[in-house]
Design a protein around this ligand. Sequence first.
Ligand code: ACM
Length: 643
Amino acid sequence: MKKLFAFLCCCVVLQTVFCQDAKPRIAIIPEPVKIVENEGIFKLPVNVVIEAPALPELKQTTAFLEQRLSAATGSKVTISSKASAAVKLVLNTTTNKEIGDEGYQLKVTAKNVEIRANKPAGLFYGAQTLVQLFPKEIESAGAVNGIQWIAPCVDITDYPRFGWRGLMFDVSRHFFTKKDVEDFIDLMARYKFNLLHWHLTDDEGWRIEIKSLPKLTEVGAWNVKKEGYFGDFTAPLPDEPRTYGGFYTQEDIKEVVQYAKERFVNIMPEVDVPGHSLAAIASYPELSCTPGADKYHVRSGENFMDWSHGAPPIALVDNTLCPANEKVYVFLDKVMTEVAALFPFEYIHVGGDECPKNYWEKSDDIKALMQKEGLKTMQEVQSYFEKRLEKIVESKGKKFMGWDEILEGGLAPNAAVMSWRGEKAGVEASLMKHDVVMTPTAYCYIDYMQSDPIMEPHIYATLRLNKAYSFEPVPNGADAKYIKGGQANLWTEQVYNVRHLQYMVWPRAFATSESLWSPKEKKNWNNFTGKVEEHFKRFDIQEIKYAPSMYDPIFKAGKDANGKLQISMSTEVEGLDIYYSFDNSFPDRFYPKYTVTLTPPKDAVMMKVITYRGKAPIGRMIAMPVAEMQKRADNKSNGEDGD
Ligand code: ACM
């Protein structure tokens, strides 16, 4: 009897282990170049030996695998150079040209796992993919019982489409600690991003210690804490304590650079000049065209710019360095000397965006400079500044990159351009044979709202996940040879803490990662959203926040032939049902299901809406005032420009 019981138990176990259905769903982000699924599964042994070359560059890769393959599973992991290991990391002795410097081949068989690459970065990315093949519980920091720790047998060949796969992190508008930045790097590397664009200076804070210019961080790193809608804050009182903010010491910077390097992430520092420089001017007022001690303060989110005439804005407070002032170039030389010594990456980003010209226009020094240099416009004045700055940056052994405004008035000879105000500047610069990184607002600005403005913290524009996913880094008409890649940008005016930072970045950065890594022809929205849901479950286990906005309905307000309000709804994700009420109560799946355009009942004031998948609620409960729909119908607006 005992034997029969044991036999039956074995059958059950074998059935689960070998049955095709027991295989976890393959949901790798970003989508690999080639996946061949084979019969069978690899079962993680209780004692896992990882064989890897003993290279310092691989320490983080093996440490990552060791942690991930043991913490949740209870397996014991040892790193060894012995053969017969369950997981082998192999550096090719003959280069495999197909996979390049960052690609890898991952072979999972019933017997073992092998990751091969030409370079350590490839092994790191192969390790990321391997972890994504195991059940989601592998992400747990603590032991999880009752899970079959299996991965499907596969052959994967994978390599990136672009060498520049970036995320920009603005730590000026709100300061984030060194640990926050390292956590950001950790997560971006897991989705095969390799470039952190670190926006270190702006009107609201100078965040990097410059030893030869101590006031930059003594004064420039601090403002007054305010909460609400950044941009509309009341101006701080003159004697209000300026204790909010912070900065990174040079030791901090070195540690973050090393942390990133171990995860194959380069860091490009940005020092944003000549506009966006109020923190520098508050520290050293003599750098402006309108000097005067005590006149300038680091901005705390009060209104200081008039955008009503378009770009460039009109500054209400002078936040610009003065191109006619020789002290500015001495200052920049000092800054670039120290920045260049801290960051091994080849580029320094010098900003150049949104530089107001109204104080320059009034300056006698600028007028004299224009006469002396034969400059006709304010754009040419900025171009003069950029060309001098390019020389300074190059004298430190670095390449010069700026936002696309640096094209105006004449591009500096070797400048690389970051195209953000659309794609036109990227096309233009590539045709001029300048390197380009694409980050057009319409696809890459992850500070924008992700859903209907009624649901999201207010920003002036919206970028839904499906739009982010449609990002094509090589714009029509560009010379593709000069498009280095792209990035998504997280500006943090409205991002006050790490939890909201995560909400803003994920899942849109999944979309960016797939646009930058995966072959164009392998992108597929429905497949992608299915994978996103699997990664949401992984994030739940790790307690990482993400935006569930893709489940919210999209509202459209219009009018019928008689001028009556008509409301229609759709969803970004396929297969969802929308239930609604007009009686102020909370709809569930027993309420009316949305099928055709609705006319609200005459006296209705509120429409409440929720999405379901089958019997399970999946979206957030949305309360949409009928008056808001009426307003949008009257204005022919979808509300998503945030107005
Ligand atoms: C930018 O968004 N001002 C580059």
